[in-house]
Design a protein around this ligand. Structure first.
Ligand SMILES: [Zn+2]
Length: 428
């Protein structure tokens, strides 16, 4: 098996050193390493991070292969520095049985440029009426640990309680899409000043916060693990901060777009900005950044949501919700967190690899760059600015809000178990 000698990168932004990758592992770390027969990669000036782990990816297979496949989505993941992704369950058919999650898991093994961890649905058909086969999905080859009806909220309190209780038996976690359905019927954008001006139906912050409050209380009551998907409001951050202070087993994620974009962009009526939960205010963005910086929010998760052109290139009210995220996530985090001094590179490693791997119980990922660790890592050039063009994206879809935007840095290489999936910024 090929050996790689990475010459001079800075692990998690620390002092430059060399890393020798052999037999799928990090064999040695130290200054001035040499290894006969190893391919030498000049990594001076690059940041080395453990391979990124995404808790929230929509790969669209099976069912919407016109928008994305396991292969195209994990290509996008690799280009973004990810070595493991969680594939959300809102496929067609829904990933609510051992059969479907095993199918997705197998596709990942056969075609994946990153490890694919299927997420199982909480309720059958995402219908919110009865629990799916949680135990069977946990025990099958896909070994599901994260369960979510993402796209829909598990709004029934009793069902949510039962799901939280059930997954304790196999160390699972319920990842809640917090959206009170009655408070968001017909909602089109964040409820606030801008929705009033534009005349679009508002999506109030309280619709998210009410579910988060309820579910934190439920998780504490039954002593189970709760994860909150794509937190988007300042009030949500405050609720999670309180839950953590009480010692409850609650974790949360935020998307790069909720850390950067605001509801003022909706004034363009460009559906590229239509996303669930909606873009919020500048005050919310500031609170989300602070929450990620102080660790109240555990993880960055992309909510990569590819959509075919016909579902996105239409009037605002008819357009599908969601935007691409995998290929730009690390660059956005550099821009909004690192370059602004809110998070150092060790913090980025923690929020984009270590903690998401722990939340998802993903073996072999999110480990420190030390001898013996599986060689899952990314080399990132924080000074390699690039401009986003849709033609260059690996995703099958084109719905990025960043077309034409200049990013501050770029992934140079990604290694999955010692083999490059990306080298010199291109798929290997
Ligand atoms: Zn969601």
């Amino acid at each position: 098996m090929a050996k790689f000698l990475l010459r001079g990168p800075r692990p998690a932004g620390g002092d430059p050193t060399d890393l020798l990758l052999a037999d799928g592992r990090i064999a040695e770390v130290g200054v001035g390493l040499s290894a006969a027969g190893a391919q030498v990669i000049d990594a001076a000036g690059l940041i080395a991070l453990p391979g990124l782990v995404d808790l929230h990816t929509h790969l669209r297979e099976p069912g919407r292969e016109d928008a994305e496949t396991v292969e195209s989505g994990t290509r996008a993941a690799a280009l973004g520095g990810f070595t493991a992704v969680h594939a959300m369950a809102n496929t067609s058919p829904v990933a609510d049985t051992a059969g479907v999650v095993e199918q997705v898991w197998r596709l990942g093994r056969e075609h994946g440029y990153a490890d694919v961890r299927p997420v199982g649905a909480v309720t059958a058909g995402l219908a919110g009426e009865q629990l799916a086969e949680l135990g069977a999905m946990a025990e099958c080859a896909a070994a599901v640990r994260v369960f979510s009806d993402d796209g829909f909220c598990v709004s029934d309190a009793l069902l949510m309680r039962r799901a939280l209780e059930y997954v304790k038996a196999f160390d699972g976690v319920i990842a809640q899409h917090a959206q009170e359905p009655r408070l968001t019927e017909g909602a089109q954008m964040n409820e606030g000043e801008i929705s009033g001006v534009l005349g679009l139906a508002g999506w109030p912050a309280v619709a998210e916060e009410a579910i988060i409050a309820r579910d934190c209380l439920l998780a504490a009551h039954v002593g189970s693990r709760l994860h909150i998907c794509h937190v988007s409001t300042a009030g949500s951050v405050e609720l999670i901060r309180t839950a953590k202070r009480k010692g409850w087993d609650v974790t949360a994620e935020v998307t790069p777009h909720h850390l950067l974009l605001t509801d003022e962009l909706v004034a363009s009526y460009d559906p590229i900005y239509k996303v669930n939960p909606p873009l919020r205010t500048a005050a919310d963005v500031a609170a989300l950044r602070a929450g990620l910086a102080d660790g109240t929010i555990d993880a960055v998760a992309t909510d990569h949501a590819p959509h075919a052109d016909e579902d996105k290139d239409c009037e605002w009210s008819a357009a599908a919700m969601g935007m691409l995220g995998l290929e730009t996530a690390l660059s956005i985090i550099q821009q909004v967190m690192v370059d602004d001094g809110l998070l150092d590179w060790a913090g980025v490693a923690d929020r984009m690899s270590v903690r998401p791997a722990r939340i998802g119980r993903v073996d072999g990922h999110g480990r420190s760059l030390a001898p013996g660790s599986p060689a899952n890592l990314v080399l990132y050039d924080p000074a390699a600015g690039w401009t986003v063009t849709t033609d260059a994206l690996a995703s099958r879809s084109r719905n990025t809000p960043y077309r034409g935007r200049t990013m501050p840095g770029k992934v140079y290489a990604t290694f999955l178990r010692g083999r490059p999936t990306v080298l010199d910024g291109k798929l290997a």
